[in-house]
Write a protein that binds this ligand. Structure first.
Ligand SMILES: Nc1ncnc2c1ncn2[C@@H]1O[C@H](COP(=O)(O)OP(=O)(O)OP(=O)(O)O)[C@@H](O)[C@H]1O
Length: 144
């Protein structure tokens, strides 16, 4: 199965706003590129797709996860792996914000998708297993 690497940028949080932090990334979704503006020269990073801070969980599901789940329903393997530093939005993307329907995350949308497919498919027996694992790395505590 092909592996696709996508990048999602989250909005500034309250702490970052209070610190008067500046947004230092630009995204060009037409070529899947991120430009990082720091103190030094601009750095460019390429991905199979990029999603800026105005992206919705609905858009991400339809673009990335929907075709993967369709393949799983056909019997192929599929994996969604959320990777990123602490506070970067992994849980938000996977679980979403229940209060905002358009921001309902990947996990509840996947369950709905799978069980909808099962309920409308005739003459096929499905076996569904569910487990949930969060890898939490506690690195060295930085000096004060
Ligand atoms: N796309 C987004 N839009 C709005 N808020 C977001 C978005 N992504 C993340 N957030 C907010 O940013 C904060 C950190 O996100 P989240 O908890 O998902 O990070 P995480 O990568 O799972 O962190 P950790 O590795 O520490 O568990 C949360 O308050 C979350 O609601």
């Amino acid at each position: 199965m092909p592996c696709r690497l996508k990048n999602r940028c989250r909005p500034l949080n309250q702490r970052e706003i209070a610190l008067n932090s500046k947004i230092c990334v630009e995204m060009d979704s037409s070529i899947g590129q991120i430009a990082l503006h720091g103190d030094g020269p601009e750095k460019l990073f390429s991905f199979d797709g990029v999603y800026y801070m105005d992206s919705t969980a609905e858009q991400i599901y339809n673009d990335i996860i929907y075709p993967l789940v369709e393949n799983v329903i056909e019997g192929y393997n599929g994996t969604v792996f959320a990777y990123g530093q602490t506070g970067s939005g992994k849980t938000y993307s996977m679980q979403g914000d229940e209060k905002i329907p358009v921001q309902k995350g990947i996990i509840p949308r996947t369950f709905e998708h799978i069980f909808e497919a099962i309920s409308t498919t005739e003459n096929t027996k499905f076996l569904v297993h569910a487990s949930y694992l969060e890898v939490d790395f506690k690195g060295p505590v930085p000096p004060k």
